[in-house]
Design a protein around this ligand. Structure first.
Ligand SMILES: C[S@@+](CC[C@H](N)C(=O)[O-])C[C@H]1O[C@@H](n2cnc3c(N)ncnc32)[C@H](O)[C@@H]1O
Length: 294
């Protein structure tokens, strides 16, 4: 584990990719057991503020990519309102689950395809919105993977990346040590593992993904902002917020430009995430916009 550094050699990237892919072949994420229809998927997603705003604010007809889509739940969810959505992932096991659901309900506006973020076979600058949630930090080269998916965004289009935060994941890292020492007997210390209304498969998947993963890295807000700056991407927004006093509410305009605040404010917000974001594993989303062509 560690923070992002300069690009590792290709053999390291391949070795990590192989390990991570094997992991997800045995443990597809996210689990599907609660959702037996598109309506159930929609109802569940609508309960979360972010998913609800996303569905309200992503223009109908937009061309959307979910890079590292896992079982394709976000891709399928966004396609229900007739957006043209592509999901890619290198795990066949995960894609098979998504494709099973997609075919069963004859969902025509979403395609799920097998692809590696380091060998993308998609047309550059062809998507209005690109999402990559919880994926880059499971590669040996998160920055390289970021640059690869950024190439697929149209000029003037948006990229959203979801990453584990260096600070926000502190308590989860501590719980991982406890779980390993106690041979997983204290798993209920994790918030999700105590939620009996969440299905068994979903809880197991969460536990494996959070506590037994073969490769994860963590990023700070300043690292992500530097990725954006170095690639000419304009900072748009983040969830949770990175500026003191800002709050994420139902009124948020996800893709309107927000002020990032100062480096010190970003740091204070992240220190707060140690206490507020621990149950979500210190996960944060950052939206950016690619400049229009000159
Ligand atoms: C934690 S899951 C996230 C799934 C989904 N984005 C979500 O938010 O629920 C990470 C996913 O990234 C995929 N992944 C990791 N590295 C990848 C790579 N190099 N190319 C394609 N997919 C990758 C894994 O197969 C896995 O499905």
């Amino acid at each position: 584990m560690g923070t992002a550094v300069s690009s590792p050699p290709p053999e390291t990237r391949r070795a990590v990719g192989k390990k991570v892919r094997q992991f997800y072949e045995g443990c597809s994420f996210p689990g599907y057991d609660d959702y037996d229809s598109p309506q159930a998927l929609l109802d569940k997603a609508q309960k979360g503020i972010y998913a609800r705003l996303l569905d309200e604010q992503l223009p109908l007809g937009a061309r959307v990519l979910d890079a590292g889509c896992g079982t394709g739940q976000l891709a399928i969810f966004l396609s229900i309102a007739r957006r043209d959505v592509v999901g890619i992932d290198f795990s066949w096991g995960s894609l098979n689950k998504g494709n099973g659901f997609r075919k069963k309900f004859n969902m025509k506006h979403v395609d799920l395809a097998q692809m590696d973020l380091f060998a993308l076979g998609l047309k550059e600058e062809s998507f209005d919105y690109v999402f990559s949630n919880g994926v880059l930090h499971h590669t040996a080269d998160p920055y390289g993977a970021f640059k690869n998916v950024l190439r697929l965004v149209k000029p003037g289009g948006y990229i959203t990346i979801g990453l584990y935060n260096t600070y926000g994941r502190l308590f989860l890292d501590m719980r991982r040590i406890i779980f390993n020492l106690t041979k997983d007997k204290l798993a209920k210390l994790d918030y999700f593992m105590r939620q009996n209304k969440i299905g068994e498969d979903k809880r197991h998947t969460w536990y494996m993904d959070q506590y037994k993963h073969p490769h994860e890295m963590k990023m700070s807000v300043s690292e992500v902002l530097k990725w954006y700056r170095d690639n000419g991407v304009e900072y748009i927004n983040s969830v949770p917020k990175i500026r003191l006093g800002d709050r994420f509410t139902m009124e948020d305009k996800l893709f309107d430009r927000h002020e990032p605040g100062t480096a010190l404010e970003n740091l204070f917000c992240q220190l707060g995430w140690i206490f507020t974001e621990g149950k979500e594993g210190g996960f944060f989303l950052t939206m950016g916009r690619k400049p229009e062509r000159a």
